[in-house]
Ligand binder design. Structure first.
Ligand code: OSB
Ligand code: MG
Length: 369
């Protein structure tokens, strides 16, 4: 397969609800759609999940455009790709910029799967016909609003609830949740809001019987997390700290976590996500698929990834309607009884609605290779 054309689109879509974490609040979602076309006219799509502000990682929508236009796409010029796993190696000489790499690599995966006449799930070796999903609920203005969101999510069947915590919004918030919902499968994500100075508080969180606590300490740390894990019973789940399979290997070796959240964008693509899956599987560490407030294309890639066997815990891949008035794919992604049925259609398994994409496009670059 030879990639002949690449179209980079920057989109701006408004989420139904603002999403708040310890690092900030988002409602306008800027993201990229990468379209690749091969020499036979097959098309593939990937989503660039960096935010407009470098809060979660150092990348932004605009740094991704720069990396993709000026470095990554030119590296594909004249190259025959036998298998999409090769793209990871092609991009290896460029440091980090994982979300930019993943956007292009995921488009190549979709294109290749369509060219072979198989689903993306088959292409990566996934087996599940349905995946279990949970939901991530952002920080709310008050407990009443949070309780309402949790209640609705349980009514809709989500298999686990994730809430965001930060200093000052932790003990009381979790004890109120536990009082009202004593048995729900619950976890908390701190997005790096604590340090080891908060050890006594973090130890107290054990009483809430959380499935796990996600990324309590610094975004680049695996050493302090190992120290913390020795002193708390609740499994630590690493998110921000794991950017590669090598990071996963080291974190497991140090005992920094009991679970890993895999995000295709954060780790630089589907190939690296599979490697992390495999290393965790060999080490007895369960994984789940994280979310980046994606539109339909990114969500479709997440569903395929989740069909791998060591994705044993419900992920953050909720349906389109949890985020968007109208998604950019057809049909939209729907959740029934806390599960998503994996599409049997080729590639990502959903039609990209180019009219909807155009309606939200604020910038477009066409590159002919
Ligand atoms: O830490 O998983 C995270 C959203 C934005 C940035 C980081 C995170 C999140 C979420 C929501 O928790 C995931 C989603 O619903 O897509
Ligand atoms: Mg997280």
């Amino acid at each position: 397969m030879i990639i002949r054309d690449v179209i980079i689109r920057k989109l701006e879509m408004t989420m139904k609800n603002p999403f708040s974490t310890s690092f900030g609040t988002m409602q306008t979602r800027q993201f990229l759609i990468i379209e690749v076309v091969d020499e036979k006219g097959n098309k593939g799509f990937g989503e660039g999940v960096a935010f407009s502000i470098p809060w979660y990682t150092e990348e932004t929508t605009n740094t991704s455009i720069h990396m993709i236009r000026d470095f990554l796409v030119p590296m594909l010029k004249g190259r025959t790709i036998q298998h999409p796993d090769e793209v990871n190696g092609v991009f290896k000489s460029i440091r980090k910029n994982n979300m930019a790499k993943a956007a292009v690599e995921c488009a190549v995966w979709d294109c290749w799967a369509k060219r072979q006449g198989i689903t993306l799930t088959e292409a990566i070796g996934g087996k599940k016909e349905k995946i279990d999903v949970g939901i991530s609920i952002g920080l709310q203005s008050d407990f009443q609003a949070l309780a309402e969101r949790i209640h609705q999510s349980l009514e809709s069947g989500f298999k686990r609830i994730k809430v965001k915590i930060k200093p000052g919004h932790d003990m009381k918030l979790l004890s109120e949740i536990r009082e009202r919902f004593p048995d729900v499968p619950l976890m908390a994500d701190a997005n790096s809001a604590y340090t080891l100075d908060d050890l006594e508080l973090l130890k107290k969180l054990d009483q809430f019987n959380l499935l796990m606590i996600e990324q309590p300490l610094a975004s680049d740390d695996i050493v302090d997390h190992a120290t913390l894990q020795k002193q708390i019973r609740t499994p630590i789940c690493l998110d921000e700290s794991i950017l590669s399979a090598e990071d996963a290997r080291k974190a497991i070796q140090l005992g920094s976590c009991g679970v890993i959240n895999v995000k295709i964008g954060r780790v630089g693509g589907m190939t690296e996500a599979k490697r992390i899956h495999d290393i965790c599987q060999e080490s007895g560490i369960p994984v789940w698929c994280g979310g980046m407030l994606e539109a339909g294309i990114g969500r479709a890639h997440n569903i395929a990834l989740t069909t791998l066997p060591n994705f044993t815990l419900p992920g953050d891949t909720a349906g389109s309607s949890s985020y968007w008035e109208r998604d950019i794919i057809s049909p939209e992604i729907t959740v029934e009884d806390g599960t998503i049925t994996v599409s049997q259609l080729n590639g990502i398994g959903y039609e990209v609605d180019l009219n909807e994409v155009e309606r939200h496009t604020t910038q477009l670059f066409e590159i002919r290779l």
